[in-house]
Ligand binder design. Sequence first.
Ligand code: 0A1
Ligand code: ZN
Length: 878
Amino acid sequence: MAEPQAIHLKDYLPPAYLVDDVALKFDLDDHATRVSARLKMRRHPQREAGLPLELFGTALRLTHIAIEGQPLDEDEYRLDAERLVIAKVPERFELTTEVIIDPAANTALEGLYRSSSMFCTQCEPEGFRRITYYPDRPDVMATFTTTVIGDRERLPVLLSNGNPTESGELPNGRHFVTWRDPFPKPSYLFALVAGALEKVEDHFTTVSGRQVTLQIWVERENLDKTEFAMGALKRAMKWDEEAYGREYDLDLFMIVAVNDFNMGAMENKGLNIFNSSAVLANPATTVDANFQRVEGIVAHEYFHNWSGNRVTCRDWFQLALKEGFTVFRDQSFSADVNSAPVKRIEDVSVLRTMQFAEDAGPTAHPVRPESFIEISNFYTLTVYEKGAEIVRMLRQLLGAERFRTGADLYFSRFDGQAVRVEDFVSSMSEAGDVDLTRFMRWYAQAGTPVLDVEGEYDAKAQVYRLKVRQHTPATPGQPAERKLPLHLPLRLGLLDAGGAAIPLWLDGESRGTDTVVELFEAEHEFRFERVPSAPVPSLLRGFSAPVKLRFPYDREQLALLVKYDEDGFNRWDAGQRLALAAIEEVMLALQAGAEPRLDPTLLDVFTHLLDTPSDDLAVLAEMLKLPSEAYIAGEQEAIDIDAIHQARRFVTRALGEALEPRFRALFEANQSEAPYAPSFEQIAQRSLRNVALGYLCATGGEKALHLAQHQFEQDRNMTDVRAALTLLAHSDAHQLGDPAVKAFGERWAHDPLVMDQWFAIQVTRPQPDVLDRVRFLMRHPAFSIKNPNKVRALIGAFANLNRVNFHRLDGEGYRLVADVVIELNRLNPDIAARIVTPLTRFQRLDAKRQSLMRAELERIRREPLSRNLFEVIEKALA
Ligand code: 0A1
Ligand code: ZN
């Protein structure tokens, strides 16, 4: 096999031929589905005449090919494993082909495949070429007519994009439905679903008064899990009309839940296909966080109808054009319908723990990469989450109103087109009347920028000088000396020693108590006037830019910010900084063999938080959570896996012991009698209650564990049950944990999504016996290596969340994950390349672990690798 080659953005050329209209016919069969295609094509007006026609195709058996009805001779075209090339075609022509494909053998879950009892498709980014020969690239947009033929008994429901136009009976117990999608679209938005599905239906009236039928299609046993997603869809449709003036454009909007899916969901035009985990929810089976995930993903896919489908990407390098903007839109929606500060805290936590780790690892890449080997590897936290932060900064720089004008301009100017990041940014620049030339660097430069800030108070002059320096560390292919200063908004305020906000005067101008300064250069100095006393700065409020901010805060200053800052996000962040310092102090003590202590400032802050009535319980719950092991590791220059785990445990336990009566009271006070609702008020209460229970159980006291056991048995809703079960299962009290785990597994054996939670709880147990448990569970009847949700719940949760055991010094954790990666490489290359990630993050670990991890990557490299895994492994071992 030839080594896979990289594709470069700078080599982009428009396609030689365009497709205006497509007619597809699917004759569905498990192993031999026949796909007939008729493409109306013409030469691209900007390309020269006489170029060969190049179509992509993978794992297709060609049975017929003709141009203008004239079958081609074998010497008129060339076929290889990935392409069909026809040397000579007219200026304008009709191409017809027929191929046979094997959906039942498709374990990669790209193209047409089987999931449970149904057929479904996944075409983004390059799955359509597994369905038929086609110029499978997003700058080729066509209208589609799709006829689906299947067995009436087995496949009573036959769906595709757009509106149904015709249906009927056929001989041999077969039937058909024809669908027409009037909106030109790239092939990646094509979808087909067939199966014994049932639906729930609802309606939405758009602002202009059009009636849209909404349908959610599921297998019968899931009908009782659709109500929440339907509500979320209607909320999202309404929100997009109000916040962005975007109205839905077809008469029908469908969502289908499938069990086997590589990602969360997919925005196919009029027919969104969802991983069942991202759409199904009810109180008996679903935890609060998953209700919110469902709401966010339903909204995300719906919002793509404008940011992605009506205006799409010219090429896959522009992926963040649709993803960054759509993530920003779904984050804003969730913030508006729930608690905005908590949503921001959650989004920033994901960014800082996971995206920052990606930026610091071997696969770091710009939000708009310059090259790739396999585009599926670039559906990353960098493209999605950092991409969303870039849009958020634009909104901060322009202000809400001009940002909206920019969005309107972008949608109207580029409707129906496949465009580039530049087109989005220039719409914003025009609407906002701002120069965004430097801002474009955010798309090109990889790595997390660091802001080093220093403050200097001149009491005599009553002036506070804030010096800000920025730099971005080196990333693969981008040495530090080539990194340029970025344009970013820094939101800030100043507090006096009593915690009161100091009025801001900058260059003789009053700026209230909260302002945004802009950085463009490597260094800036801001001179605040009329500052009556030495201030404590509150910097990067709301996390106004995706950077690491360094300021030499002492613990008292952090405590002051926690208690008094007017920005909720920065109150939380100051608490995290304080907790991190306290944990790091314990780590040092443990490493030195000294007696660790609990930082009295942290204890004081926790006491204050627990004793002060709060009007935002959701934020309070977040403030009481210690930074995760992954976040702590991200802050270390040399990562000591065991010290991080021990120190975090020590601090949790010490807080639990010192504040036991308060946590006990908090636990009692947040027991609600109201029937379950995933409302943010109730979610905040449950979150507080379970945080309190966590601290109580951390003391190891029997009384606390019995509280957990009682909560487990009370069985009020899945959120409380799972929280209690996790504490029991992760405790040393086997006599309580084991029966609870067993009972839960038996009770929910019939429900795959609950079993995923059951797997994850068990494999994140910190005790060293967990490895046997992982191996044992891999043979459990509810596990299947072919199902991505199962792999994520068992292997993904183990490798990412059980850091002490994944990083065991005997290398057994690494070996187990590598074995799974090798098997997945043959079955599902996309998932293989994602599951391997933790094995590639060895850069700041000790020499012993580094060599064990590298050895596993070398072992994987000896396999015949898919393009996906090849790219990741080469980068990791470079
Ligand atoms: N566009 C989808 C993400 C997606 C990407 C690839 C997939 O299959 C390989 C599936 C979904 C989204 O952003 O939701
Ligand atoms: Zn998306």
